[in-house]
Design a protein around this ligand. Structure first.
Ligand code: ADP
Length: 406
């Protein structure tokens, strides 16, 4: 009995449903029912292909929707779609039809058992990727005509779009969930750091005052210097975390700018860095201050020291076998370029792309750190109207260049 269904009307109905229905299952069911109805086939299946290519091809197929099929039927022995046609379609990646299955050279078991004559199979393809296939069969010879051959690829395309849309939706939801979790973690970290830094500020100030009193009363000066250095470092870390919290909330930093002698500042920071290193680590490095003696910059002194200290500490921290660490500067008409160069482990291209973002750590966790330093450095420099650049080669070293406008 020939069908009187208007195929194009069904196609339009499906297209309309695609914009309304969220879940893929009812849509796939609608598509297979339409395919069966239009073609007059007795059975119809929409197979979905598992994207895991390590599995054998037959195991990757599962029924996504079927015409008159009980849910468990697909797994039972009585389920007899022609595997031969299905696998051939997947391998050939294009539609396949058997007009009289019994006259084919290798008809499958199911063809004989079920007396199948006509089989037509259309892959569900999107962006050259096969997501599954549309399968129809009938016990009549030459069941399918040119009209069916024309309309079935469109139904297969609708099914492919529906599956791909669902995949994209799931992917997007997953990435939003991950982003949400990461943001929540960062907020919690930021809140914790703000509180901890604030609480630490008080005791550190008391220690600093106590140290000045001790120094004035003639206590051992080398010990005092070491304690002073440690205190300075602790205060700087606290200041850095407080700045980070402020910058994280997009608040402007209160900068107190003055004309600063860059050569002197670099000399001091290098001195502090050297003193802070263990004797064996100190021996591995050669520090050079090549900043010309009269280089002046306009900046907030504490913040510029923080930038310098951070770049210098990183140069040492990420140079496990030592090498030279050189600071140089070049003054131009519009500002000063400051350069910190090391011969350390360098940074990969992937790492460079995200280096100045918060919590980014490029190297495996063998060296401790928060991944906040360079983000703060960038924000501090930008607060001064400047910018920071980096060039690096893995295994050869890195060059950080900071521009401070006049
Ligand atoms: P931290 O050192 O606390 O991890 P930073 O923000 O200062 O955080 O640095 C981010 C990452 O960039 C580091 O974890 C490190 O992988 C890389 N990095 C920074 N400076 C250098 C450098 N001079 N050489 C090689 N890698 C560096």
């Amino acid at each position: 009995m020939e069908t009187t269904v208007d195929p194009f009307k069904r196609l339009i109905e499906i297209t309309r449903s695609m914009t309304r229905v969220q879940a893929p299952a009812p849509l796939l069911k609608q598509i297979i029912e339409a395919a069966v109805e239009i073609s007059g086939a007795e059975r119809g299946y929409l197979f979905l292909l598992d994207p895991d290519e390590t599995l054998p091809l037959p195991e990757r197929l599962q029924v996504g929707a079927a015409h008159q099929l009980e849910p468990d039927h697909a797994k039972s022995a009585g389920f007899g779609a022609s595997r031969t046609v299905i696998l051939k379609t997947l391998v050939a990646r294009c539609g396949l039809e058997w007009v009289d299955a019994l006259s084919e050279p290798n008809p499958s078991q199911s063809v004989e058992m079920r007396g199948l004559r006509s089989i037509i199979c259309e892959p569900l393809t999107i962006h050259n990727k096969i997501l599954g296939l549309l399968y129809l069969d009938s016990q009549l010879t030459a069941r399918f005509n040119d009209g069916h051959r024309e309309i079935l690829p469109s139904l297969a395309a609708q099914a492919a779009i529906c599956i791909e849309n669902t995949r994209l939706l799931v992917e997007r939801e997953e990435s939003l969930r991950r982003e949400h979790e990461e943001q929540a973690y960062r907020n919690a970290m930021a809140a914790f750091m703000a509180i901890a830094s604030h609480d630490l500020k008080g005791p550190l100030t008391v220690l600093k005052t106590g140290l000045s009193v001790l120094r004035a009363s003639g206590a051992d000066s080398e010990l005092m210097d070491d304690m002073g250095l440690a205190l300075r470092k602790a205060q700087r870390l606290v200041a850095m975390y407080l700045d980070a919290n402020q910058l994280g909330q997009n608040e402007k930093l209160n900068l107190v700018k003055s004309q600063l002698d860059l050569h002197a500042m670099v000399a001091e920071e290098l001195h502090h860095l050297e003193r802070y290193l263990s004797p064996s680590r100190r021996q591995q490095f050669e520090f050079a201050n090549q900043v010309p003696a009269d280089t002046m910059v306009s900046a907030d002194s504490d913040r510029l020291r923080q930038v310098l200290a951070n770049l210098l500490e990183n140069a040492v921290k990420y140079s496990p076998s030592g090498g030279s660490v050189t600071v140089s500067a070049e003054a131009g008409s519009d500002g000063v370029w400051l350069e910190v160069k090391d011969q350390g482990r360098g940074i990969s291209e992937d790492g460079l792309a995200h280096l100045f973002e918060p919590y980014v750590r490029v190297h495996p966790d063998d060296i401790r750190g928060s991944g906040l330093g360079l983000w703060i450095v960038r924000r501090l420099i930008e607060s001064h109207g400047g910018r920071i650049e980096v060039t690096s080669r893995e295994g050869e070293g890195s060059v950080f260049r900071v521009f401070l406008p006049r």
